[in-house]
Design a protein around this ligand. Structure first.
Ligand code: SF4
Length: 433
């Protein structure tokens, strides 16, 4: 196992599993600039007899070996040490890293834990060659300085244990669950593959639906004939409902009551200055918009909002929705409705009436199908038949006799929607939904 995978394991076992077991590598800006840095440093050389002898006798003070490849069958590790320097008392190892060291609460620079384990693994590999490693440090290109790491017996033992654990995980064939609400995910190159928030959500849903067939989206397992039959049935149903044939005019929004402010940049901040909401990144204003003109704010991932901006949104009735970096809806910040608790209680009491419940369900499914149709017509290349069918399903909701029938219409419309979904993704043919 490469020493870099040990680094991954200590960072996050799931990341290790993706890279080492499933061979999934997702490049990020950090990994690309990291490889570039190593290309500049590396001119890999194997441990030949002359180098082994020099190392075994401890390198003379001031001498250096660069990019030395080491391996150990006993440890099951292979790695390339960036730089080995001979010192007065023994040998020091140096690794090059892109970015900056972590800062302690006292403002001191220190290496991160995965990098510490990586250095310990190099020390173990060298020790097997009879080398006395007296020190280790990491050169951070972002800081342009070295940060020392103390190679203790305790650290070496923990590194050996971590290698054993990583190998056991790989052999288990079970991908570990994602981290929960953990800042490491924001800097992880595997984020787009891992989707930690979404994976947690799905595992919860899976558990909740094991005994609940109502939430089992039936269309996913049906064959095409069955789906087609259901579409035709629903179309007949829609025709019998006496609705006129739908128009095929491109859909347009029927009103414009404010802008939606979407902030996706990690580290951005939404603040307030006078009557304006101000979006800034690293202290630099990138967007200003009068609060009165904003209808809603969508915040994706690590975007902050100041207390003053929150107050303004609550006062002006601007909904603030929070999403994960990958776009999963997490929650909503909304001011109290002016009508207060009594109105809310009255709304809940209405849910006791089956007729009201059915009507509400009809309305929301109708709106959902309408929205799917609008999305397809605006962004996709939908055949005319699909637009007509979707309108048929939308109108059929008004006559659904019960919730079961409504679910059938909703599922059939969804099957049709996802059949056409790919046409909305520009330049990504053949993904299959
Ligand atoms: S996104 Fe988070 S949970 Fe997923 S692999 Fe990366 S660090 Fe681990």
């Amino acid at each position: 196992m490469p020493v870099r995978r040990l680094n991954n394991y200590v960072y996050c076992p799931r990341l290790f599993y993706f890279q080492w077991v499933e061979n999934i590598f997702q490049e990020s800006a950090d990994t690309i600039s990291g490889s570039t840095l190593h290309r500049n440093v590396d001119a890999p050389s194997r441990l030949d007899d002359a180098k082994a002898k020099a190392l075994g006798e401890n390198l003379p003070e001031g001498s250096r070996l660069r990019s030395l490849r080491l391996e150990s069958e006993k440890l099951g590790l292979v790695g390339v040490v960036d730089l080995i320097e001979g010192g007065a008392d023994g040998t020091e190892i140096v690794d090059y890293k892109n970015g900056s060291a972590r800062r302690t609460s006292e403002g001191e620079r220190e290496a991160r834990e995965p990098e510490t384990f990586q250095m310990a693994a190099y020390a173990l590999l060298l020790r097997e060659q009879g080398v006395r490693v007296t020190g280790a440090s990491i050169y951070y290109a972002g800081d342009r300085r070295r940060v020392s790491i103390e190679i203790t017996e305790d650290l070496l033992q923990r590194a050996v244990n971590a290698v054993g654990e990583a190998k056991a995980l790989a052999a288990s064939g079970r991908c570990p669950p994602p981290l929960k609400n953990d800042g490491r995910c924001l800097g992880c190159s595997a984020y787009p593959v891992c989707l930690p928030n979404e994976s947690h959500w799905w595992s919860r849903v899976r558990k909740a639906t094991q005994n609940d067939s109502q939430l089992d989206f039936g269309f996913a397992r049906r064959n095409e004939d069955e789906v087609r039959d259901r579409i035709l049935d629903a179309l007949d149903f829609a025709a019998e409902s006496g609705k006129r044939m739908p128009t095929l005019e491109p859909p347009r929004p029927d009103h414009d009551d404010g802008e939606v402010l979407v902030v996706q940049k990690a580290g951005a901040q939404v603040g307030q200055r006078g009557d304006q909401l101000v979006v800034s990144v690293k202290g630099e204003d990138v967007r200003k918009i009068p609060g009165q003109q904003v209808r809603a704010i969508y915040l994706y991932g690590a975007v902050q909002m100041t207390a003053q901006a929150v107050d303004t949104c609550l006062e002006l009735g601007i909904d603030v929705s929070y999403f994960s970096p990958a776009g999963r809806f997490l929650g909503l910040l909304r001011g109290l409705p002016a009508s207060g608790v009594d109105a809310r209680r009255g709304q809940y009491r209405l849910f006791d009436f089956p007729g009201v419940r059915l009507q509400l369900a009809r309305e929301s499914i109708r709106a959902k199908i309408h929205n799917q149709r609008v999305m397809l017509m605006r962004n996709g290349e939908v055949p005319e038949r699909v637009a007509i069918l979707m309108a048929g399903f939308r109108d059929a909701t008004a006559n659904a006799r019960d919730v079961t029938e409504l679910l059938g219409i909703e599922g059939t419309a969804a099957a049709l929607y996802f059949e056409q979904f790919e046409s909305m993704l520009k330049g990504s043919r053949g993904m299959g939904f």
